[in-house]
Design a protein around this ligand. Structure first.
Ligand code: MYR
Length: 282
């Protein structure tokens, strides 16, 4: 069985890695007034954080169904199946779009996977899927392995200004609780596919230390982990943090990722987070 792997742009997998593992990418859109940009194609993360300095705040949009149908039809010429790994269905209609498109194509079996997260943590799933597909592992087995990985996945992040999440309607919590968070740096995470506050923490440094401790709890249970430090235009700070983390957890493989244009629209510049998952035993 020949299985293709598709993900969306919010996985923020660098192009050379996508090319290496033959991962196809469908872009989401970031919209400034009448100008529509396909992120990762028309606009990089660094260009995006420059643009928002001078323009009205943008909005975002999931890919149109036709884009999925077109890609699936193209892939059906060379593949029997396609696994498509998407950002959490609780924050975007992208996963649902892939589902709908799957009913509109023939000659290829489509397996949409709800990563229940986003950014490079979603990217880790796509890369693992692509590695397995390149070994000839069938699509059902790959989906089962991705579900296994989900049990070991965690991610926490903080924002500088909750306004962005509130404005986009992506913070799921009682209004009163959100009000009480405005004076602190709440640590956020995903629960049942949506973003909820995890803990109230007063300073950025304390929040980063808390995330590092949470990683430590998981790592101490054994197994090999991969982790990604994710930043919104704070590359130097992310590198410093990664170096501290790598010294503290020498058995974890760390990479640096970013909150690109679409996710950056909803989190705002200065956001920082980390996600991790166990490596598959092969
Ligand atoms: C759309 O318009 O469909 C895209 C909506 C994206 C919402 C993004 C909300 C923030 C996600 C934070 C991810 C953090 C991962 C570690």
């Amino acid at each position: 069985m020949r299985t293709a792997v598709v993900t969306d742009s919010t996985a923020y997998i660098p192009k050379d890695i996508r090319n290496k593992w033959n991962i196809h990418m469908i872009p989401l859109q970031v919209i400034f007034g009448n100008e529509v940009y396909y992120e990762e194609i028309d606009i990089t993360w660094s260009q995006f954080y420059e643009e928002v300095k001078t323009k009205d705040l943008p909005t975002t949009s999931q890919p149109p169904i036709g884009q999925f149908v077109e890609l699936f039809e193209k892939l059906s010429k060379d593949y029997d199946a396609v696994i498509c790994v998407h950002l959490s269905s609780g924050i975007s209609g992208t996963f649902q779009g892939a589902n709908t498109a799957s009913t509109m194509v023939e000659g290829i079996a489509v397996y949409p996977f709800d990563s229940e997260i986003s950014c490079m943590v979603q990217g880790f799933y796509a890369i693992e899927a692509a590695k397995l597909a390149s070994q000839g592992v069938d699509a059902n087995t790959i989906m089962a392995r991705l579900d296994e990985l989900k049990q070991t996945t965690r991610a926490y992040f903080m924002v500088d200004d909750l306004m962005h999440l509130q404005r986009g309607g992506r913070l799921s919590s009682a209004q009163a609780f959100i009000g009480s968070l405005l004076k602190v740096k709440p640590l956020l995470h995903f629960e049942n596919k949506v973003i909820v506050p995890f803990e109230k923490i007063r300073t950025r440094k304390k929040a980063m230390n808390r995330i590092a401790d949470l990683l430590g709890e998981d790592v101490s249970s054994g197994g090999e982990y991969q982790a990604v430090v994710i930043h919104a235009n704070r590359e130097e700070e992310a590198k410093e943090w990664r170096n501290e983390l790598a010294a503290r957890y020498p058995n974890v493989e760390f990479t640096i990722g970013y909150f690109g244009a679409v996710i950056g629209t909803h989190l705002g510049e200065g956001s920082m987070g980390m996600g991790w998952m166990k490596r598959l035993d092969r």
